[in-house]
Write a protein that binds this ligand. Structure first.
Ligand SMILES: [Zn+2]
Length: 110
């Protein structure tokens, strides 16, 4: 079984709105989360879609071969849902709407 990661990306952002210079493990997680936000918001759809993002888990010390699937939560559009179909690592991302990683923002503001 994978873990469920519930992350509010706002907790990882600095005053410039990016992930700046976090310590190693937090930076790795923040990179993972921001990539998922970018890909999940690239298509404005609620169906999980395979991303180019590799799973970061290492079950039994072997790197998981899965790619992350992600989408905006149809029932709660303030959340992005993601999961690895291979190891079932999964998570919920909140606080993403106002970030620079949200592709849905493009074109909304003049
Ligand atoms: Zn995996």
């Amino acid at each position: 079984m994978g873990n469920t990661w519930i992350t509010n990306i706002q907790h990882f952002l600095n005053e410039h709105g990016d992930i700046g210079d976090l310590p190693g493990p937090a930076l790795n997680l923040a990179n993972h989360i921001t990539l998922i936000i970018e890909e999940a918001t690239y298509y404005n759809e609620y169906e999980p879609r395979m991303t180019t993002i590799k799973c970061r888990r290492r079950p039994r010390r072997r790197k998981c071969t899965g790619n992350i699937a992600a989408c905006i939560d149809k029932d709660n559009p303030g959340q992005i849902l993601w999961f690895c179909p291979v190891c079932d690592d999964n998570g919920i991302i909140t606080g993403w709407e106002s970030t620079i990683y949200n592709n849905l923002r493009h074109g909304e503001f003049n």
